[in-house]
Design a protein around this ligand. Structure first.
Ligand code: FAD
Length: 452
């Protein structure tokens, strides 16, 4: 008789949980995965995937303007919100179905329930009202959007989760926050013709990215009509007629808006889950504290993905899942290396970034050579589009190693994936320069930056 009901019980069927369950199932383990909402999690249902579709939709307005420079007439262009919203919902539901099929094919039992931890080897299915045991428990419960609960009238605003399923496209929107989700939604809404305002408490949007990139994107969003109010917060929200809202800022400014969106950060899903009483240590931010192998303070409980608040990105949750299964089900201890993870912001223009920013490299004591180029891409010249590309390379002066690459410009999320291979491999600037350019492209500038 086996001692436990399952070899592995996974809580949360998002990017990390699904990958871990599938791989462990394929390795022959008896696995169950529980999901309280819908299989797929944040990325598939209310994050990366629907967001990217919305970004694509928002880019057509500029593409139609650009087309005129190339001889096209597109006077008939109209946008229909329900068509986009419903097509995206259909697609994410299709993807959710594929995830479920793949789990089934790996022999994983899927449980539609909210689960809490009872002790190091027991979880409780709260709707079914029964408990099951497992040799290992993997917590992959992700995170959730937050609201400023102390602000009067905050409930009149929406979050990113609501934005994907709005009944109608607003005529105007105020977005509170300056992180990548706020900036991406400002890009989306303004591209779809919505009068868009960002209100951010910091002095410049996109904290954590390289300062030149932040300035470049902020200036371009402003150039293309996004109103950005920095150094200010929302203090009060009140309802007006026809669903409109009056938003009062800390600088006394009052904004009348059709819609208000909170994009002020996300928090790990650890509340009311029985974790602390089972002995699982949480960080100050409420995330599960784990070691390099994603093991919590309880030896039989692991945690991966956003609930650990390390680097909150889908590919990271997936790699942590892979490392966990390698370690526990294949006997090959593997710790995922969180250094030099590339990331993208689908803003206008988009950002691709990998490695250290100039500020981080200086703080670490590196003497630097900074290579920078700023140009108007070929296509934009004939289109009459003033958007420019900024590329910046951070190089350690002593070793010549490229420590970071930061691009703000068209196609940069695609370019950075390849640049990330070279940064992760620790190549020197001289090695980058040995690479022959591909002409005519924007990316060729990455191997042509001659003078620091
Ligand atoms: P999740 O995908 O959040 O999955 C956790 C699952 O656990 C959820 O389905 C939840 O319902 C379930 N759950 C929670 N508690 C319980 C419980 N007690 N019992 C049962 N089930 C439970 N990342 C990128 O890499 N690129 C992007 O472009 C990007 N864009 C994003 C845009 C937005 C608007 C948002 C919000 C996020 C974005 N992210 C992006 C981040 C990415 O979505 C997350 O990093 C990723 O989904 C984390 O995966 P996870 O498995 O840790 O958690």
């Amino acid at each position: 008789m086996p001692q436990y009901d399952y070899d592995l019980f996974v809580i949360g069927a998002g990017s990390g949980g699904v990958r871990a369950a599938r791989l462990a199932g394929r390795a022959g383990a008896k696995v169950a995965i529980a999901e309280q909402v819908q299989i797929g999690g944040t990325c598939v249902l209310r994050g990366c995937v629907p967001k990217k579709f919305f970004v694509y939709a928002s880019e057509f307005s500029q593409a139609f303007r650009d087309a005129k420079g190339f001889g096209w007439t597109v006077d008939w262009a109209r946008f229909d919100w329900p068509t986009l919203r419903d097509a995206v919902q259909n697609e994410v539901n299709r993807l959710s179905g594929i995830y479920a099929t793949n789990l089934g094919a790996a022999g994983v039992e899927m449980i539609d329930d909210r689960v809490v931890v009872i002790d190091p080897h027991t979880v409780r299915l709260t709707r079914e009202g029964r408990s099951v045991t497992a040799e290992r428990i993997l917590v992959a419960t992700g995170g959730h959007t937050t609201r400023p609960t102390t602000i009067k009238g905050q409930e009149l605003g929406i979050t990113s989760t609501d934005a994907f399923v709005l009944e109608a496209l607003p005529s105007s929107i105020v977005i509170a926050g300056g992180g990548y989700i706020a900036v991406e939604f400002a890009t989306i809404f303004s591209g779809l013709g919505v009068d868009t305002t960002i209100v951010y408490r910091g002095e410049r949007i996109l904290r954590g990215f390289d300062h030149d990139v932040r300035a470049h994107v902020q200036a371009d969003l402003q150039r293309t009509g996004v109103n950005i109010i920095c150094g200010s917060t929302i203090e009060d929200v009140s309802g007006l007629s026809h669903g409109k809202k009056l938003v009062t800022l800390s600088n006394s400014m009052k904004l009348e808006t059709d819609q208000l969106m909170w994009a002020i950060g996300r928090e790990p899903n650890t509340a009311n889950m029985g974790l602390e009483s089972a002995g699982v240590r949480l960080t100050e931010r409420g995330a599960i504290a784990v070691d390099a192998y994603s093991r919590s303070s309880v030896p039989s409980i692991w945690a991966i993905g956003d609930v650990t608040d390390r680097v909150n990105l889908t590919p990271v949750a997936i790699r942590e899942a892979v490392a966990f299964v390698e370690t526990e089900f294949h006997g090959r201890p593997l710790a995922f290396d969180h250094a030099d993870i590339a990331s993208a912001v689908f803003s206008r223009p988009p950002i691709g970034a990998v490695g250290l920013t100039e500020e981080q490299a200086r703080a670490k004591g590196h003497k630097l050579k900074i290579f920078r180029t700023n140009f108007r891409p070929m296509k934009h010249i004939v289109a009459g589009n003033d958007q420019r590309v900024l590329m910046k390379m951070i190089v350690d002066a002593a070793s010549d190693r490229v420590l970071g690459v930061h691009i703000a410009g068209v196609d940069s999320p695609e370019q950075i994936q390849l640049a990330a291979i070279a940064v992760k491999a620790g190549l020197t600037k001289a090695q980058w320069d040995l690479t022959c350019a591909v002409h005519p492209t924007g990316a060729e500038e990455l191997v042509l930056m001659g003078e620091p």
